[in-house]
Design a protein around this ligand. Structure first.
Ligand code: AHM
Ligand code: MG
Length: 340
């Protein structure tokens, strides 16, 4: 007897790996030399190594790895320093990166001056959440290196020139969300295989969302316009979808990831203490803005697209408002005082 034909296609036995996905995207593209794939492979390796350490961070405490030295007499690094060292080592060794900028490095680091790319990263974003077992992540971006060699100012460029950006979330699972300028795709680590597999292709940020995300504790230091916006978010008007729900993790990766997937708005605006906000333009705001715009959302400083702003220095800060198109536009109207 012949089995009846299945009514649907069975899922593939093996999913698409991150490397396969990158290779397919690069095939046939001008200048595809394999350098870009090697660089992304290096970043993915660094993320897996950092992930292993993040997953045992609690055990480190249990086993007494809390002081300056551990039971083996080795220096114990803080997790964010460790993440920085892993990324620097793996990226430098792959030989495809000319220049590195990191939140943990005071100055940019020239590694392979003739290489084709430059990389920025925030090695462990949301590090204040490490001790309380809440999601943290790694943010990165990739620029093409200029012809004629790199210098300290080579990375002071608008985010529009990025060739790729992404972040890893060390959450209930470990994921990498990546864009090489052809949509945004999520890959999830299968810990048993040690491999990232495509889990959600072509992520789109909904036009409107149901939650807003901001540190409400800063209310008293915001401008009048932003205070009015915050009160509006909490006001009751069912027909307009108000009040919005409030969600705030305090890790940019986690708050931006939720906003990208479910819509809504994340904001870290300027306040009385921080005239330029708190977040860093080069390795936090630019990569997140690149991803959100690729997913159909908006990322602004309240007026301009983040991707049009040129950093004045490596660690320059910027107000960051990102998320669903309509929710970000509304924020801008309140901030500008055109809506009260
Ligand atoms: P960092 O942990 O890399 O220094 O990043 C700064 C963090 C962001 O992840 C987060 O959005 C923000 O600081 C939270 O700040 P606050 O505690 O002031 O709300
Ligand atoms: Mg950060």
């Amino acid at each position: 007897m012949v089995d009846p034909k299945p009514s649907h296609q069975p899922p593939p036995l093996v999913g698409t790996t991150l490397e396969e996905h990158i290779l397919t995207g690069m095939r046939g593209s001008p200048g595809a030399s394999g350098d870009f794939t090697s660089l992304l492979n290096a970043i993915s390796l660094a993320v897996r190594i950092i992930n292993a350490r993040v997953r045992s961070a609690g055990l480190a405490g249990v086993f007494g790895y809390t002081g300056e030295t551990n039971v083996h007499g080795e220096q114990v690094q803080k997790l964010d320093e460790y993440a920085n060292d892993v990324l620097c080592t793996v990226i430098e060794r792959c030989g495809r990166c000319a220049l590195i900028a990191s939140e943990e490095l005071t100055d940019v680091r020239i590694c392979n001056p003739d290489a084709s790319y430059m990389v920025t990263f925030d090695p462990l974003d949301g590090s204040s959440n490490i001790d309380v077992n809440v999601s943290i992540g790694t943010i990165f971006s990739i620029f093409r290196a200029p012809d004629g060699g790199v210098s300290a100012s080579s990375l002071l460029r608008p985010g529009r020139e990025l060739v790729a950006a992404g972040y890893a979330v060390y959450g209930s699972s470990t994921t990498i969300v990546l864009s090489t300028g052809q949509g945004v795709h999520e890959f999830t680590l299968d810990p048993s295989a040690g491999e990232f597999f495509l889990s959600r292709p072509n992520l789109r940020c909904p036009t409107r969302g149901k939650t807003y995300s901001i540190n409400e504790g800063n209310f008293a230091s915001w401008s009048k316009g932003i205070q009015r916006w915050s009160l509006f978010m909490k006001s009751e008007d069912k027909a307009r979808g108000l009040p919005m729900g409030h969600r705030y993790v305090g890790s940019l990766v986690a708050d931006a990831h939720r906003t990208l997937l479910k819509g809504g708005i994340f904001a870290y605006p300027a306040d009385r203490k921080n005239a330029d906000g708190k977040l860093r333009l080069l390795y936090e705001a630019q990569p997140m803005a690149f991803l959100i715009e690729q997913a159909g959302g908006l990322a602004t400083d309240g007026e301009r697209s983040i991707l049009d702003i040129v950093p004045t220095e490596t660690h320059a800060k910027v107000p960051l408002i990102l998320g669903s198109h309509d929710d970000v536009k509304l924020f801008q109207e309140f901030a500008a005082g055109t809506r009260t």
